[in-house]
Ligand binder design. Structure first.
Ligand code: SF4
Ligand code: ZN
Length: 339
């Protein structure tokens, strides 16, 4: 089990030194990825801004999150954020879906000041949907209202709920807020006229493969009525995290892609009207969710297609020689036998 001292030590080690102005005028990354709005496939413009990053990462941080390596170690000035936007917008080709990430909370004034938030939203006001992420304490009428007024399309607020199990969330993932606070934030987001998207973590540390699948399916069922969309996010090993610490000591394996498949198949039954997706990061890599290596590309493609089309039946047809091995490993883990 993680201890506060380990979490704090790992958090302190990954925090960057305050960045000079020239580094702060460059965004972290930008790309275009396949997405869907309803049943229509659309390209999504993704932008990662360089900001102060998540305040919780400074205090303790979540056990799987290494995003603070992409931050400034201080707040970005409005001028620096404007410069990042100016560079990024050169690559914008009118994609209807826009996702702005800050390695933290877009609605936290310490990361993005209110005037810069408005400027960002105004820049992409031709898009149909604009997504950003935030911790649950920040979506309020005061933060969301002005953005709603500025953006004619749909705002989508993504919340890293991770699990609806309070023990898993607090002790294994090390989140600072409870599941109830996340569910209340999602309700608030919707009552303010925005879409709510929830991230659910597949295979937090200290859970077996079996327990992690059960947790994600249970969480989908419990969260579905609060969210317009739920995303199963399988853990990948990020630098400077507690999960990486365990991984290097042979005490953690990222989830199998078969677990993602099962999470989607069973989650689809209990998700109600909410959208259910999974777009695994680092899929097929040793530090990401993976199977045997032979079937990873095929299974990842099927997961992507199912997510985009919202049709999960095709996942039943997937097979590989490693699937019985995966099932056996799950049984052994349940029995407490070293696999
Ligand atoms: S997962 Fe979210 S809340 Fe946790 S440290 Fe990372 S950015 Fe902060
Ligand atoms: Zn395989």
């Amino acid at each position: 089990m993680t201890t506060p001292s380990l979490a704090r030590r790992v958090a302190a080690e990954r925090r960057p030194e305050p960045a000079p102005p020239e580094a702060a005028s460059r965004y972290v990354n930008q790309w275009v990825e396949p997405e869907a709005i309803g049943r229509e496939r659309v390209p999504a413009f993704v932008l990662i801004l360089k900001t102060r990053g998540c305040y919780w990462a400074d205090l303790k941080g979540c056990s799987m999150c290494g995003y603070s390596k992409d931050t400034l170690g201080r707040s970005a000035t409005p001028g620096e954020l404007a410069a990042q936007l100016q560079h990024a917008v050169r690559h914008y080709r009118g994609e209807p879906y826009v996702k702005i990430y800050t390695s933290g909370s877009f609605l936290d004034d310490r990361e993005v000041d209110p005037a810069s938030r408005l400027a960002l939203v105004r820049t992409f006001s031709g898009a149909r949907r604009l997504l950003f992420e935030t911790l649950p304490e920040f979506p309020t009428d005061a933060t969301l209202g002005p953005l709603k007024d500025e953006f004619p399309g749909e705002l989508e607020v993504a919340l890293g709920l991770e699990s609806t199990d309070p023990t898993i969330l607090r002790r294994y993932i090390n989140k600072g807020a409870s599941p109830d606070e996340y569910l209340a934030a999602a309700d608030r987001v919707r009552s303010l006229g925005a879409r709510a998207k929830g991230y659910l973590l597949l295979k937090p540390p200290y859970l077996t493969e079996e327990e992690s699948v059960e947790d994600v399916v249970r969480s989908i069922g419990a969260a579905a009525k609060h969210f317009d969309a739920l995303s199963i996010n399988p853990v990948h090993i990020q630098n400077g995290t507690v999960v990486e610490w365990l991984y290097h000591r042979g005490r953690y394996r990222p989830p199998w892609l078969w677990s993602v498949v099962e999470g989607l198949r069973r989650g689809a039954v209990v998700r109600g009207p909410s959208r259910l997706v999974s777009f695994p990061t680092a899929g097929g890599l040793h530090r990401g969710p993976h199977n045997c290596g032979e079937c990873d590309a095929k299974v990842l493609a099927a997961i992507r297609e199912a997510s985009l089309d919202q049709t999960f039946d095709g996942l039943d047809d997937l097979d590989c020689a490693c699937r019985p091995e995966y099932s056996a490993l799950r049984r052994l883990e349940v029995l407490g036998v070293e696999a």
